[in-house]
Structures are given as structure tokens and as C-alpha cells.
Design a protein around this ligand. Sequence first.
Ligand code: ZN
Length: 272
Amino acid sequence: MANRDKISSRGTVQDRRWSTMTRVGGISIAGVLLILAVGYFGGTDQAVELRDTMQESSQTPITSDDTSEYDGVDEYETFVSTVLWSTDDLRERSFAASNMSYVDPTLVLFRGATTSACGGAISQVGPHYCPSDQTIYLDETFFEELTDRLGAAWGDMAQAYVIAHEVGHHVQHLLGITDQVSYGDNQASIALELQADCLAGIRASTVSDIMDAGDFDEAIDAAAAVGDDHIQETTAGYVQPESRTHGSSDQRKERFTRGFESGSFEACNTFG
Ligand SMILES: [Zn+2]
């Protein structure tokens, strides 16, 4: 997105990357392993997993004496806040058309670990959405790890896809869709994830005029790389359909493309 500087508005980003964690407590080893087993990034399901785990394991979640905002704004924060604004603008207009008010999410940039209303955010969980504080948690170094482990190039378009996907979980939370899905229901979880991918596709369609030639492929490759089957193949060496919670690579590509080509919320409404 070489021309993204044309977009001058910014979403709400808290930059905690320069905060120092002074104390980390409350996450048991079992709890951390549970979180990691859920997947690379899934937003709501992981946030719910994290919250549930924290409630069961301890009353003292990750704490920090310093969650202060870093004063400076670097290129990465500018990029993230620009992407966030583009999704905010899209949602505000679509919610207004339905006579509903949209609440902008906050995005917290951090490194390593930070506090959250879901009991804390750690880098290994990956980008995720916490419904309790309506905040997306993002550790930029996670993308470097993804590049190494999953083989996809995580450029700015791929990262924008991830952010828009997490905003999709925020929309699902605002609309009460998330509450209708009980935890542990893998099919419903996949439906939520695919719908978030479709919503990310809609967001991409709104910036198609400033996308570079390879941007669509970059986003679609990212969607494919985080499909459950691809993750299982690259980490476990085999595919276990019954343990899927995010959808296959083909499903995620198809749903992102559906949102991109239609630009329509109706097209993302189906859970089929
Ligand atoms: Zn997700």
C-alpha cells in the first residue's frame, strides 16, 4: 500500500511497546499451554480462552506498573492506526445505515506481555480481541515469527488483513453474535472466524484504489497461511479436521475473497 499516506485519519492506538513489565503473575504453566494450543490468532475464541483460564487459575492477572503511552509515533504506529481508522470509518457508515451507533475499538501495541481486561495479553497468543475492554492486542514481533514459521511474507497488506480480521471480532461482539456461540463449539467458532475474514475482505475492498498490484495476493496468502490445515501441517505434520477452530486455508481464502469482491455485509452474513 504505497499510497496509504493519502489516508490521514487515525484510529485509537495505545502504544505500550516501551513499557516495562515489572511483574508477571497469575498465569499458570498449564494456563499458558492451553492458550497456545488454541491457535495462532483467532480473536474472540482465544480471548475467551484466556479470560476463562485466568479466572480459573488465579485472581492475580498479569500486572504492570507502567502501561503508559509512549509519546512518539513511529512508522509502525502510524500504519496500524491508519488501518484501524479505515475499518472504523467503514463500520461507522454501515452501522449508521442501520440506525445503530458504532463504538470504535482501541488497539494496544505491546511487546512481550501487557495487561488486559481478559487477564493479560502475551505475544505468543498472537493478535487477538478482548471483548471485555473492546480492545485489540497486537505485538508487532509476532509477524516476524509467523514469517519464519509459516513461510508467508507478512508485509503491510497481510498485517492489515490481520487487524481488519480482529476488528471483525469487535463487530461480532457489538452485534451480540459472539454471545450466541458457546465455547467449545468448533463449528460455530469456525463460522465466526470465517465471517471475520469476510469482513476483512470488505475492508480491503474499500482501499482497493490505493492497493499495489501484489497486495491482494499478499492478503490472500496470509489468509491461507493461517488456515488450520496449513498450521497443523507445518507444526504437527498432519491435519486433524476435528480440532479445527478457524477454518481451512481454502475456506479462509474463499471468505476473504467473498468480502473483497462483494464489498457487502450481506455476503458475510451467512454462516454457511
Ligand atoms: Zn479470529
